[in-house]
Design a protein around this ligand. Structure first.
Ligand code: GDP
Ligand code: MG
Length: 438
């Protein structure tokens, strides 16, 4: 797996004090193989490695105090650059109706994504209309009607006996008459790219002159996604790409290549089958996912900015004496919160972001629950957790609105932590202060 491979490589680098050119060569060879295994386009990989080499070889890394970290930073930065550094938004017409044309192969997720996007646009206060131009796939119209209903966006259709170009034209009239300001055209796909399909799409394009032609591609198809993107771009001129099914096991190799090969930005990513599962594309998140290790440097920077040095010293002393209590715990949580949403931090912690990107939101909530539980303790209880008997736990559960199991779990985790600290400080005593915390 790419992420674990890269992690191994970086682990080796991290152990080094100074990095030699030879070390770098070996490391980059591994990075190259790992990227290729993740289905990243060969030419893209080659250029990528070359860029890293140019940046890394020489002063920048050699004279640095932590060369391993520098390489991590460079690889991360270049991955992000490869996918287009900034987040690309949709273009809306300055006046009149904005037309968005969804194109792509069959099963890529056009219909689903059209509804997802319509929902998103609607939530921005606009009035979108979905248009059913897939007259070939059986039940395509019903499918769009169904998802349109789910997101509460009207669907314009004329059955299957009308030419898609005429449907598209008629929908624009309808939108004008009924005050819609965004029209989303759900077009037909084919299993493979063919002339007939492209001609039809070209006709729709020339009669509607859409602001956005968005290609929907399936991340799971890996290298094929890149070829598809190239073909559609050559025929139609794309404005952007939506990459779907990134919730699957795809490592994102396709996302890496599509931008590099077509030079068209990925604007959104599909993270699930549900109609809320569409997210703006964040190159840095995909880079983290591909690296599987998070942006260690940012985490370190943020931590340094925000954790009060003196408090950290005090905590350190408490850790040593294993006197850490719930008051300290709470204080530490406040410090962590200052660094920004925990969901952002999680992604920066090596080894933790193997969880699906979509799951991450939960952790902010989780943190609030923990806080609620601790805040429901009396000061006495916080300073002296051994006071926490059953009736006190019940009161805390009630006070925090969490159930008793959750309270128990937190206390148990806390006790385990204390035990660990005791063992830890015991182990350190023998070292006569040589051991530097942490
Ligand atoms: P179309 O032929 O391009 O219109 O594709 P559809 O919108 O009908 O989607 C094909 C299948 O892919 C459906 O089962 C969708 O639920 C599924 N799908 C679409 N987007 C995503 C996504 O982001 N994640 C997952 N897991 N499934 C998706
Ligand atoms: Mg469809």
């Amino acid at each position: 797996q790419l992420s674990s491979k890269l992690q191994d490589v970086f682990k080796q680098l991290k152990g080094k004090g100074k990095l030699t050119e030879k070390d770098l060569k070996v490391a980059l060879r591994e990075v190259k193989l790992a990227l290729l295994e993740a289905d990243v386009n060969f030419k893209v990989v080659k250029n990528f490695i070359k860029t890293i080499e140019e940046r890394a070889v020489g002063q920048e890394v050699m004279e640095s105090l932590t060369p391993g970290q520098q390489v991590i930073k460079i690889v991360n930065e270049e991955l992000i650059a490869l996918m287009g550094s900034t987040q690309s938004k949709l273009t809306f017409a300055t006046r009149g109706i904005t037309t968005i044309m969804m194109v792509g192969l069959q099963g890529a997720g056009k219909t689903t994504t059209s509804a997802k996007l319509a929902a998103l646009i609607k939530s921005q206060g606009k009035r979108p209309l979905l248009v059913a131009c897939d007259v070939y796939r059986p039940a395509a119209i019903e499918q769009l009607t169904k998802v349109g209903k789910q997101v509460n966006v009207p669907v314009f259709s004329m059955g299957i006996d009308v030419n898609p170009v005429d449907i598209a034209k008629a929908s624009m009239e309808y939108a004008k008459e009924n005050n819609f300001d965004v029209v989303l055209i759900d077009t037909a796909g084919r299993l493979h790219i063919d002339e007939v399909l492209m001609d039809e799409l070209k006709c729709i394009k020339s009669s509607l002159k859409p602001q956005e032609i968005l290609l929907v591609v399936d991340a799971m198809t890996g290298q094929d996604a890149v070829n598809v993107a190239e073909a559609f771009d050559n025929a139609l001129g794309l404005d952007g790409v939506v990459m779907t099914k990134l919730d699957g096991d795809s490592r994102g190799g396709a996302a890496l290549s599509v931008k590099a090969v077509t030079n068209k930005p990925i604007k959104y990513v599909g993270m699930g089958e549900k109609l809320g599962d569409l997210e703006p594309f964040h190159p840095e998140r995909i880079a983290s996912r591909i690296l599987g290790m998070g942006d260690v440097l940012t985490l370190i920077e943020k931590a340094q900015q925000n954790i009060d040095e003196k408090k950290a010293k005090e905590l350190e002393a408490k850790f040593r004496k294993a006197e850490f209590n719930f008051e300290d715990f709470l204080e530490q949580m406040e410090q962590v919160k200052k660094m920004g949403p925990i969901s952002q931090l999680i992604g920066m912690i090596p080894g933790l972001n193997t969880a699906k990107l979509g799951d991450v939101q939960i952790d902010d909530k989780q943190m609030n629950y923990v806080e609620a539980i601790i805040l429901s303790m009396t000061k006495e209880e916080r300073l002296n957790p051994s006071l926490l008997n059953m009736s006190r736990k019940k009161r805390i559960a009630k006070g925090s609105g969490r159930d008793i199991q959750e309270v128990n779990r937190l206390i148990k985790q806390f006790e385990q932590m204390q035990t660990m600290m005791k063992q830890f400080s015991g182990a350190m005593k023998g070292k006569k202060g040589k051991f530097k915390f942490p």
